[in-house]
Design a protein around this ligand. Structure first.
Ligand code: ADP
Ligand code: MG
Length: 405
């Protein structure tokens, strides 16, 4: 990455404001997937072992500027303590006199976790005063929150105007892996894209058409493409207002000579339900009272046969309603297929597709599984992420400061 990282600076005895992305899914107050916490460990451990004083901060959920007891970071502190094998202290707020006192007591190698940054509306507003107050807690700023880098918030952007800023190890790995995919992917480069909807993924689709040799479509999104081609899909999720966009993407793929592949068969069910009975039919044979809930075995075979030629594969979006076991085979089989590729760069990005890979315990088998969710998609669209841009700009400033020291 073209920004300095924690490896480039001396952190011993320094107070480090570490912005991590500890925004994990909670179910009834319990962490249902701690991937993001585990992914944040290398930077935390590195800083602590080198004698830094770590002020750790994150957001959780969308409390919209108000204190929300259900979104306190307590469960995260507990999980961190478990993973680190040492107690993790917390503050009762992200800011205030109490926080200052607690931070002042810390010794080299100590860490404290601040309460949810988004309890303050000033965080998402990127309020300069709030940024300055956060900065006053530390000597150095480290951003390891790639998953929040697509937002210009006080703790991801504003704070970099007040402290020397460098990237954490996760930030570096995410940016490097995704940059490689954007700039110099080994070819053929094929993308598998699914998920619920076309809307929200139009820009990703267009970016992929400019870079890939084939785009294989699955999930609910495929329905809209098939409907644009005139197929009858019964009760399936079809975005009527995206039919024109789907047609445009199909035409664009043809013009760019990118192979846009659509399902030829499907798993169908009368509704999305735990006990819904499923069957497999060809596209064009979906009854009026049934809906497409997964790609079928023929589609899976065609897709995987095509993907065998790829040297780089990017996957975003499940192939079906993978939350229901009888509708998960397309997604699970795709994950297993990618996990067995050797000598192929396999990158998975997106909240639900990553969750599917994690659930199957196959994350280690991929070249890179992005913790970024929306941020990884925006990165692949070629957009500048404010959190990343701030680190690059800060890098230039650090050099300047050194020359004038
Ligand atoms: P990601 O988070 O990986 O980017 P999305 O959020 O776009 O993926 O989509 C995930 C959702 O899409 C899942 O909740 C899944 O149930 C849903 N989905 C996939 N296929 C279908 C389908 N055929 N019909 C309805 N929903 C679907
Ligand atoms: Mg999602």
């Amino acid at each position: 990455m073209d920004a300095k990282t924690i490896r480039d600076i001396d952190v011993g005895g320094m107070r480090v404001f570490l912005r991590a992305d500890l925004n994990v899914p909670l179910e009834d107050g319990r962490i249902s997937d701690d991937t993001r916490i585990r992914a944040s460990l290398p930077t935390i451990v590195n800083l602590l072992e080198r004698g830094a004083i770590v002020v750790l901060a994150s957001h959780l959920g969308r409390p919209k500027g108000k204190v929300n007891d259900a979104l306190r970071l307590r469960p995260i502190a507990e999980r961190l303590a478990l993973l680190l094998g040492r107690p993790v202290r917390m503050t009762g707020d992200a800011l205030g006199p109490g926080v200052q006192v607690a931070v002042d007591k810390l010794r080299p190698g100590d860490m404290i976790l601040l309460e949810n940054l988004r309890f303050h509306a000033a965080e998402e507003a990127n309020d300069p005063e709030f940024s300055k107050s956060l900065a006053s807690l530390a000597d150095i700023y480290v951003n390891d929150a790639f998953g929040a880098a697509h937002r210009a918030h006080a703790s991801t952007e504003g704070i970099t105007h007040h402290l020397p800023a460098v990237a954490g190890l996760l930030m570096e790995r995410e940016v490097d892996s995704l940059t490689r995919l954007l700039d110099r992917p080994a070819r053929p480069f094929h993308a598998v894209i699914g998920g619920a909807k076309v809307s929200g993924k139009l820009e990703v689709l267009e970016a992929l058409l400019s870079r890939c040799q084939a785009v294989l479509v699955g999930g609910g999104m495929a329905n809209t493409f098939l409907a644009a081609r005139g197929e009858q899909l019964g009760k399936s999720l079809v975005e009527e207002d995206q039919l024109e966009n789907a047609e445009r993407i199909i035409a664009e793929a043809r013009r760019k000579r990118v192979r846009l592949m659509l399902p030829t068969d499907a798993v169908i069910a009368p509704q999305i339900h735990q006990r819904a009975k499923t069957q497999t039919v060809g596209i064009g044979e979906v009854p009026k009272d049934q809906m497409v809930v997964d790609i079928g075995p023929e589609t899976l075979a065609t897709y995987t046969a095509h993907l065998r030629k790829a040297k780089t594969i990017f996957w975003n979006g499940p192939m079906g309603v993978f939350e229901m076991p009888q509708m998960a085979e397309g997604t699970n089989a795709m994950a297993r297929f990618l996990a067995t590729r050797r000598g192929v760069v396999t990158v998975v990005g997106g909240g639900d597709s990553v969750a599917a890979v994690e659930q199957l315990g196959l994350a280690e088998k991929m070249t890179h599984v992005s913790t970024g969710g929306g941020a990884s998609l925006e990165f692949l669209e070629g957009k500048t992420l404010p959190g990343v841009a701030a680190l690059l700009a800060a890098d230039a400033e650090i050099d300047w400061a050194k020359e004038n020291a």
